[in-house]
Ligand binder design. Structure first.
Ligand SMILES: Nc1ncnc2c1ncn2[C@@H]1O[C@H](COP(=O)(O)OP(=O)(O)OP(=O)(O)O)[C@@H](O)[C@H]1O
Length: 289
């Protein structure tokens, strides 16, 4: 949950007008990103560091720009701070150093969050789960109902409005979670390994469903994953992170055509890019150094 709670005081705690921003130097061929629908920066993470209360240094000096309308993946080993970055961007945590500059205003309700678990309310029907962010935002009931029904239709759950979560498969629950995150038409969607718990076939299908939604609605997506294959398939750009304390070691522009589909997934360019990103990830982890 927590899709529409982003414009709070906590959210503003991470804002800076920084001085130690090093720019977007790691990103190759930015022009291609513009082709992929990116129109200037929405966010800039500058010198971002986070040490948890127990002394764990999760992040150190993370510099990263996020373009408006971009699909960006954060790829890195377990524990390198990917989820921590999402929480900082969402304003759920305040940074120890640096901050998240919102280059363009992101107001309350502009950010959606999708977690690895669908986190649906088990006692509420799917339609009520999806309508909840609109109800909380005070949207009139009839309009909220229509928008929630629309959102469910878009993720292929138009026939399951009155079902309870327990009556849906894992993939269907994740679709419902996506519909709930998108029902407020967020400008920024934060996805924390949303498909990691799903079987491979469902995961591939949901990759396509997510891309179709992104191509239609052009929200800015920050997608956390361990999977090289998933990151290459989905992204316009991949930020590769090194081990804790996490930082962005390298950024790779994915020069595959849009829309992405089976022909892309089975093409030689996709395979070559996956190998390349995998090598870079291993180097970032120190395994090949
Ligand atoms: N609330 C917390 N208190 C203390 N340490 C934390 C807390 N949350 C995360 N950490 C630590 O911070 C580091 C980064 O955690 P984070 O969850 O951001 O990594 P991650 O890259 O998302 O990992 P994974 O891919 O396994 O989900 C880890 O060492 C983790 O143990």
């Amino acid at each position: 949950m927590g899709f529409s709670s982003i414009g709070s005081t906590k959210a503003r705690a991470g804002l800076i007008s920084g001085s130690n921003w090093k720019g977007n130097s790691g990103c190759v061929r930015v022009a291609k990103q513009r082709d992929a629908g990116v129109s200037g920066d929405l966010l800039r993470l500058r010198g971002l560091g986070l040490t948890y209360a127990n002394g764990t240094r999760a992040l150190d000096n993370v510099d990263l720009a996020v373009g408006e309308g971009e699909f960006l993946s954060l790829l890195g080993p377990s524990g390198c701070g990917k989820s921590t970055i999402l929480r900082l961007v969402a304003g759920l945590l305040a940074p120890t150093t640096g901050g998240v500059e919102r280059v363009r205003p992101i107001t309350r309700g502009d950010t959606g969050f999708v977690f690895q678990e669908p986190t649906l309310m088990p006692w509420a029907r799917i339609i009520d789960n999806v309508r909840l962010p609109l109800d909380l935002a005070g949207v009139p009931r009839a309009e909220a109902q229509e928008r929630a029904e629309d959102g469910l239709a878009r993720v292929g759950l138009g026939d399951f409005l009155r079902a309870f979560p327990a009556e849906l498969s894992g993939g269907m629950k994740m679709r419902a979670a996506l519909a709930r995150a998108l029902v407020t038409a967020p400008r920024l969607l934060l996805l924390d390994e949303p498909f990691a718990a799903l079987d491979e076939i469902t995961r591939l299908k949901l990759n396509d469903d997510l891309l179709a939604l992104w191509e239609r609605e052009r929200f800015t997506a920050i997608f956390v994953t361990h999977s090289v294959f998933e990151s290459v398939y989905l992204s316009g750009r991949i930020a590769i992170m090194g081990p804790r304390p996490g930082r962005v070691v390298e950024q790779v522009t994915v020069e595959l055509p849009w829309p992405r589909d089976l022909s892309v997934r089975t093409g030689t360019a996709y395979g070559a890019l996956c190998r390349d990103v995998s090598d870079r990830l291993h180097r970032a982890m120190g395994a090949l150094i």
